[in-house]
Ligand binder design. Structure first.
Ligand code: ADP
Ligand code: MG
Length: 318
């Protein structure tokens, strides 16, 4: 398992952080040095009611402690890439489409119409992440933000039976929160960071990423605001993935009917913001019966290609 950088100093020991500031920061999810080190000055200034200069000073001090923030050479980056783990989806074809599985420290987005298998893949990943490395897992646990109430523990039990895993043990490693609106959804990322202090969270599911944003921000007038919030939220998720060496798996719908901005009914929601921040984008389509077709749309280093997999009672398979 790759090493996770965890600094031992507490945030109170940083210059400029008094007890009151420390409380506000912790309340907002900035509970360790790494979280502070990768924060933006404006975000800190907002949550802890500080001037941006003080916020900047705190961030720099935190960066020094955890030793990040400078330039690095390519060989070191290549070494760092080796710390990326790959989590199996349960289908060899789908794994190889993704270069060996779903990566940690990256955002994987699946989009597709209703019933295409987005939520099923998320369930399978939540089971697989608990498994040891030789079985395609990372001995980890899952945080699951559910915006559509589609998480089903019974489905986990079925998938465990197929793999001869103890379902109670696996269920205890899936931490589910229902997000009531987009604001709550964003706050839950901070809650997840607290959870990650005590549990080895290696998979972060958001099913779905966009539904609340889409329902709450309707029309031209609020589009910019929606995109800005979505952008901030996705970067927060990305940071979670980096800090905890976790896989970020988000689902997205396609436009059911043409609207003023995204006329194409097969286009995912969220526009450029989501497109540019996801590391891997997969478009799912239904085929005959249990069969599904996955198309890799966008990846930094893999070719655009397709894979066929199935969804059965056992879960995701070839
Ligand atoms: P979405 O993309 O809307 O999230 P889902 O991931 O919920 O779609 O996929 C739903 C589909 O998964 C169902 O239509 C069915 O084909 C399949 N499925 C769900 N549960 C089971 C099961 N227990 N056994 C077999 N197939 C299932
Ligand atoms: Mg779903």
């Amino acid at each position: 398992m790759p090493e996770i950088v965890m600094a031992s100093k507490s945030i109170e020991e940083l210059p400029g952080v008094g007890p009151a500031t420390a409380d506000k920061l912790k309340e907002a999810g900035f509970s360790d040095l790494m979280a502070l080190a990768v924060a933006s000055p404006q975000a800190l200034a907002d949550v802890a009611e500080l001037g941006t200069t003080v916020a900047q000073k705190i961030i720099l001090a935190a960066r020094e402690e955890v030793d990040i923030g400078g330039f690095e050479t390519g060989d070191i980056l290549l070494e760092r890439r080796k710390s990326v783990s790959k989590l199996t989806t349960g289908s060899k074809a789908l794994d190889s489409l993704l270069g060996g599985g779903v990566e940690t420290q990256a955002i994987t987005e699946v989009f597709g119409e209703f019933g295409s298998g987005k939520t099923q893949i998320a369930h399978q990943l939540a089971v697989n992440v608990t498994r040891p490395e030789e079985d395609g897992g990372v001995d980890g646990e899952t945080v699951w933000i559910d915006t559509e109430s589609t998480f089903r523990p019974e489905r986990i039990v079925q998938m465990c039976a197929a793999l001869e895993l103890d379902p109670d043990e696996v269920l205890q490693k899936i931490h589910v929160a229902r997000a009531f609106n987009s604001h709550h959804q964003m706050l839950l990322v901070d809650k997840a960071k607290e959870l990650a202090q005590v549990h080895p969270i290696r998979l972060f599911v958001e099913d779905s990423l966009t539904s609340h944003f889409r329902a709450e921000y309707i029309g031209r007038g609020v589009l910019a605001e929606r995109q800005q919030l979505l952008n901030r939220h996705i970067h927060n998720l990305m940071r979670f993935g980096d800090i905890y060496d976790a896989t970020i798996f988000v689902t997205n719908q396609v436009q059911a009917k043409p609207d003023a901005f995204f006329g194409d009914p097969t286009r995912p929601i969220g526009g450029h913001v989501v497109a540019h921040t996801s590391t891997f984008r997969i478009y799912l389509r239904k085929s005959k019966g249990e069969r599904r077709i996955a198309r890799l749309i966008d990846s930094p280093n893999l070719p655009e290609a397709e894979a066929i997999f199935t969804i059965s009672e056992d879960g995701i398979r070839d």
